[in-house]
Design a protein around this ligand. Structure first.
Ligand SMILES: [Zn+2]
Length: 194
């Protein structure tokens, strides 16, 4: 059965820093665990209502886990830096940066999705398209571990551009296409002729 999380949502909405990027005040989001083909029938029942549905992929279709690195006491999810989050449904990815741990960022993204309060392009993608978000160990990837805050944005732009060029970036994320510096880093053939 749908779970509206309305209590949490109301609490979140009193916080001015959590204002959603789009105004969809009439829309309620709700989350289903994506386990049964009957879910599509249920979704159809909601089509004519103002309730949108976020799907969560089942852990049983998880991809193979990466081998554990025993020489490092920390997992990639304990580190900071640039990460990608891949949509379970369309396999398009979102690129983000964090000065804290990836684990904390993952929790924030999924909380924002479950609470129907999209505070990132990733949550917006999942909710708008009724796509599925998945477990951290199969959908989140550490692209570049970084401990220097000033390097986060340049690297984030670089990876956003790379994903965009390969057609793997969610359309909700701005690829900053006109940044000549990033273009130069990715494709040196863009150099100005001498
Ligand atoms: Zn998707």
């Amino acid at each position: 059965m749908p779970n509206h999380h309305s209590k949490t949502q109301n609490k979140e909405n009193t916080n001015p820093t959590n204002t959603p990027t789009t105004s969809r005040h009439d829309t309620k989001w709700t989350t289903f665990i994506h386990t049964s083909p009957q879910i599509r029938k249920i979704i159809n029942l909601f089509k004519r209502t103002n309730i949108k549905i976020a799907l969560k992929c089942n852990d049983t279709i998880a991809q193979p886990l990466k081998p554990a690195n025993n020489t490092n006491p920390h997992t990639p999810y304990d580190r900071s830096g640039i990460y990608s989050l891949t949509c379970c449904t369309c396999q398009q990815a979102y690129v983000g940066q964090t000065t804290r741990s990836l684990k904390l960022r993952y929790q924030e993204h999924t909380r924002s999705t479950r609470n129907n309060n999209p505070t990132s392009a990733y949550a917006l993608h999942i909710l708008q398209n009724r796509h599925g978000y998945g477990p951290m160990n199969t959908t989140m990837n550490l692209l570049k571990p970084l401990n220097t805050p000033s390097l986060l944005t340049p690297y984030e732009l670089f990876f956003i551009q790379s994903f965009h060029k390969e057609g793997k970036l969610v359309s909700e994320q701005n690829p900053a296409e006109n940044n000549p510096l990033v273009q130069l880093v990715i494709d040196p053939s863009h150099e100005t002729p001498t």
